[in-house]
Design a protein around this ligand. Sequence first.
Ligand SMILES: C[S@@+](CC[C@H](N)C(=O)[O-])C[C@H]1O[C@@H](n2cnc3c(N)ncnc32)[C@H](O)[C@@H]1O
Length: 270
Amino acid sequence: MAELRIPRAHSNEWYDHLATVEDGYYYPRSSRLGARNGEDAYQEVVDEHLKDGMRVLEVGCGHGELALDLATKASHVTAYDRIAPWIERAAQMAADRGVNNIDYICHDAADPAHDRVTLPVGDNSVDLFGCRRGPLHWIPDAERVAKPGAVILHLAPMEEPIPAWTSKLPHKLHYENCGRYSGAGSIHISVENRLHRAGLTLDSGWGFDVPERFDDARELYTVVTWGLPRDEVPPFEDIEHRFERIFETHAEDGAVVLRHCRYLWKAIVG
Ligand SMILES: C[S@@+](CC[C@H](N)C(=O)[O-])C[C@H]1O[C@@H](n2cnc3c(N)ncnc32)[C@H](O)[C@@H]1O
């Protein structure tokens, strides 16, 4: 079998490639997402905890949209990501809107050149940590930067089942290779283990598993090819018949259903 030249989804290499084809972190598909899907709950839990005058740290901010929301109430937001063009775009977006209480910082907190994880803020400076769909690498440095009683609110992708039809596609397009598939294993155990190693404990965790409906073959193609190097991906027209067959055999009321899974968790530091 030919070797796959596909970076592992959500690795640094994968994000570096994504940044060459997208000017931010988007899901470029069009679908119908079930209610109470975790994304809405994350917004609610952030609204509940974010108080006037707080200092907020956003981890893995991508092109910076969430920070703009946080900055409407917070006195100051530091938002960082290791992808330089996304940070530049975020800073430009804030400047265009006249928002001046966000520092967007290009920073890799898990830079292998350093011997420990380092968040880009000072000791005892953060009231609220926000991280939407982002990584967990930063937890070992959370206590250093947290004020007593600071809250962490994190929305993480949760492993979703691999659809039965994946084997009908060419090997490169198997579900396990696409950016949607986290491959992270049991996220709630990962979170608890990381918190435990950092001397922290989980306050609450909530799982979300709702249907996401795709109405046509091209949208499903967009899902399974998202984040893959273009030169590794056959054009839609060459494999359209395979997607049509998947629709014929697996659609429910005209739509193919994927599971949309999220894990939302909260911890209190100190
Ligand atoms: C799934 S994206 C989420 C982006 C954004 N939070 C959102 O909700 O759209 C995860 C982000 O974490 C960033 N990231 C991953 N590892 C990182 C690290 N070690 N240091 C800084 N950013 C990192 C990636 O570059 C990416 O933008």
